[in-house]
Design a binder for this molecule. Structure first.
Ligand SMILES: [Zn+2]
Length: 301
């Protein structure tokens, strides 16, 4: 699993800071998560192949999270894209994007498929045999979802040496990988555990931006491998969290600790802060494994 941070600042794009956008590579998928202004420039800078993006997940309809989408779709058209593009986001996203295309008298020559979200409870919005994507309802000024990307448990790994020692015919190897007990040449039932290794532990990534402090997300993201949680402010500006629907670094760390995640990545920083270290230090006093998102940074997870 690989996470590329394209942009991780709040509100307006600046010379050296970009609004929210990330690319998550997981089990062969290249998922774009949020698409702030300038996302396609960041994709170019990080040499991520546009054509590989088939699914875009938009948390909410504030401009700093989706104004890059019409431009990106327009570029897909110019590049002659033919593959489907699936867009998951709040109700209204279809109208917003198609209005832009209509006004410009532009229509995609590829299927643009919108999945508009309205549920207030967590729901599965994408699934295949290897992964699932679930919404994480957040509390913000408008309807907002985070997303939990989870790998499914893989097949057990065959211990060929053990299978040979127990005298198992190769025609049973498929069943063994699926977790079944099998007969050996002498007709004795051999327990699967003696013939296999555990599969690698499934990985998961929870994206939570934008949100006020919300403990109701804890059961949804419990034990996630990695949590990205917004920290627009530090404690010094805690009074701004309520009116804006954002969190402090300390609040992000509290969610990480209570949800027992493996690692916390902070982001969505207000551009009023000169250094990001203050976010990290504040969070570290509550939760140990804290990392800072930075534009252009890649996390191998
Ligand atoms: Zn917002």
């Amino acid at each position: 699993m690989k996470l590329s941070i394209l942009g991780c600042y709040s509100a307006t794009p600046r010379a050296l800071t970009n609004p929210t956008a990330q690319v998550l590579e997981i089990k062969g998928h290249v998922f774009l998560i949020d698409c702030g202004e300038g996302t396609q420039v960041q994709l170019r800078k990080q040499q991520i192949k546009f054509a590989r993006i088939k699914h875009v997940f938009i948390s909410h309809l504030h401009g700093d999270h989706f104004f890059g989408l019409p431009g990106l779709i327009s570029t897909f058209m110019l590049l002659g894209r033919e593959a489907e593009l699936h867009i998951y986001g709040p109700k209204g996203i279809k109208k917003a994007v198609t209005t832009m295309l209509k006004v410009g008298n532009a229509w995609t020559n590829f299927p643009l498929i919108f999945h508009e979200l309205t549920a207030k409870e967590s729901e599965i919005i994408f699934e295949d045999e290897k992964i699932s994507v679930k919404t994480i309802p957040l509390i913000h000024r408008i309807y907002t979802n985070g997303f939990l990307f989870s790998e499914k448990e893989g097949e057990r790994k065959l211990n060929i040496g053990a299978a040979e020692d127990y005298g198992i015919d190769v025609s049973y190897y498929r069943n063994i990988k699926q977790g079944k007990d099998v007969m050996n040449e002498e007709g004795k039932l051999i327990a699967n555990q003696l013939l296999t290794f555990d599969p690698p532990a499934p990985k998961s990534y929870a994206f939570c931006s934008d949100t006020a402090f919300n403990q109701e997300i804890i059961p949804i993201i419990k034990n996630a491998g990695v949590l990205y949680h917004e920290s627009t402010f530090t404690k010094a500006h805690e009074h701004l969290t309520k009116p804006t629907g954002h969190s402090t670094a300390a609040e992000a760390a509290t969610i990480a600790r209570e949800a027992n995640v493996g690692m916390l990545i902070l982001g969505h920083y207000s551009t009023r802060y000169k250094s990001l270290e203050v976010f990290k230090n504040e969070a570290k006093s509550i939760f140990k494994n804290v990392h800072l998102a930075e534009d252009g940074k890649v996390f191998e997870l």
